[in-house]
Ligand binder design. Structure first.
Ligand code: SF4
Ligand code: SF4
Length: 440
């Protein structure tokens, strides 16, 4: 394959893949913040908005990835992945196709053909903008629900207004701002100037071979951003798309020049060898290996934290104004304020079980208004709980017991917490009352 095919075709394939990926991402809950239910979906794990420490870790990881990617590859994101460039180029491609189909020539086109082309282009812009608007809102509102509401003509006014507002901005970008957005407004472009270093990948005109340049201007004509890369490889407009590399290589190959094109990707101005796989990836010095290791470690911690988080919350605090009570059948019990929360996406029944000291699991029993407890997804219940004990294996004073909540349908979903059970001295409590204990 010639180098002409290489960058253009690779870029188109990458753009297609990234556009599809961004389009379907919210449908599979890989990365989505659901505003109506205040849930955050991350690789199919469901986090609640109050689990901010995980959300914070996710944001930090994304920032680390952006920094390392930009440090290694410069603005390759812009030219190869960024949706704004994708939809701008898609629109340009459609315009060119319409011009060809309607056989419109620069000066000789009929008025009817030009109007037809304009109508088709505006219609395409509207459809594309609405699709982008829907896709962006789908990151915050369930896309399946939105589709069902659109099909039934019952899309909520706020959701519809959001989609329309985004679509209008996208249409304005496609029709007016276009590449001006990349060079003047985009915050990522500005970040780029901060994180790059002398070995960041750039697109470089090989000044040492300047004598071979035939001044054909093909590299300038084909540049999406309208710049001349020969003047400097550090122009902020350059989005590292590689189109000028293809153009120059095509021109020189037609002239049967022996060497490759005069423009190439390079690790800074003083390129080091790309002979090994890790150098090809841009891992050209120890500092980059360290940054990569930190990012991987960060990702590993995040995955560990997500897996370790409890889908159930359980706390029980003892009523210490009265340490213990005696029931009419002379059993000792303590009272607690219990809070149980279901953080999973499914409702369920949860059994509460008390476990005595090691070797004596039967030493205590739980009494609440209803056991098992039913909890809707995301529901939190506060209730009074009594723990009873026959006392045969517990010692006088505080005893440490385990309180467990177990999902009845899926016992894998469970959690436990330690509670302190106060046991009176043997023989105490017959008629004992007041701050220490009471009979009921
Ligand atoms: S100079 Fe080359 S790499 Fe940079 S934006 Fe223009 S065509 Fe793309
Ligand atoms: S395409 Fe190549 S030969 Fe033509 S002007 Fe650009 S650098 Fe020179």
């Amino acid at each position: 394959m010639s180098s002409l095919a290489t960058y253009k075709s690779r870029r188109r394939a990458t753009q297609l893949f990234s556009a599809l990926f961004i389009l379907v991402l919210p449908f599979f809950n890989i990365l989505r913040l659901d505003i109506p239910t205040l849930r955050f979906f991350f690789f199919r794990s469901t986090l609640w908005i109050d689990e901010f420490y995980i959300l914070f870790l996710v944001i930090m990881l994304v920032l680390w990835i952006i920094v390392i990617f930009s440090m290694l590859y410069g603005r390759v994101w812009c030219g190869w992945v960024c949706p704004q460039i994708v939809w701008t180029e898609l629109h340009d491609g459609f315009e060119r196709k319409m011009t060809r189909w309607l056989k419109i020539k620069p000066r000789a086109a009929s008025r009817g053909a030009r109007l037809l082309r304009l109508a088709a282009v505006l219609l395409f812009t509207a459809v594309l903008s609405l699709l982008v608007g829907f896709n962006l809102v789908a990151y915050f509102v369930d896309p399946y629900r939105m589709l069902a509401e659109i099909a039934a003509g019952q899309l909520g006014p706020i959701t519809a207004a959001c989609i329309l507002a985004i679509a209008l901005l996208v249409a304005a970008d496609i029709l007016f701002w276009r590449q001006k957005f990349c060079s003047r407004t985009c915050p990522y472009g500005m970040l780029q100037t901060v994180v790059t270093d002398s070995r960041t990948q750039i697109v470089r005109y090989q000044t040492e071979r300047d004598g071979e340049c035939i001044r054909c201007q093909a590299c300038v004509r084909d540049c999406l951003m309208g710049i001349d890369i020969r003047t400097s490889p550090y122009q902020t407009e350059c989005i590292h798309c590689g189109d000028c590399i293809d153009s120059c290589a095509a021109v020189l190959s037609r002239l049967k020049k022996p060497a490759a094109g005069l423009i190439s990707f390079s690790w800074g101005e003083n390129e080091v060898s790309r002979a090994t796989w890790y150098r090809k990836l841009g891992l050209v010095d120890a500092r980059r290996w360290v940054i990569l290791a930190i990012t991987v470690a960060y990702a590993a911690v995040l995955v560990g934290v997500i897996h370790a988080r409890q889908p159930l919350g359980l706390t029980a605090s003892g009523d210490r104004s009265t340490l213990y009570y005696l029931s009419p059948d002379k059993k000792v019990y303590n009272e607690y304020a219990l809070t149980i929360s279901n953080r999973s996406v499914a409702p369920g029944w949860f059994s509460l079980v008390c476990q005595g000291p090691a070797g004596h699991p039967e030493e205590c029993t739980v009494q609440v208004d209803s056991n098992p407890v039913f909890l809707e997804s995301r529901e939190v219940k506060n209730m009074k709980m009594k723990i009873y004990s026959s006392g045969s294996q517990l010692h006088p004073g505080p005893n440490r017991l385990q309180l467990k909540a177990v999902n009845r349908e899926d016992p894998e979903i469970q959690t436990q917490t330690e509670i302190v059970f106060f046991m009176p001295e043997p023989g105490a409590g017959n008629g004992l009352s007041g701050a220490m204990g009471t009979s009921r």
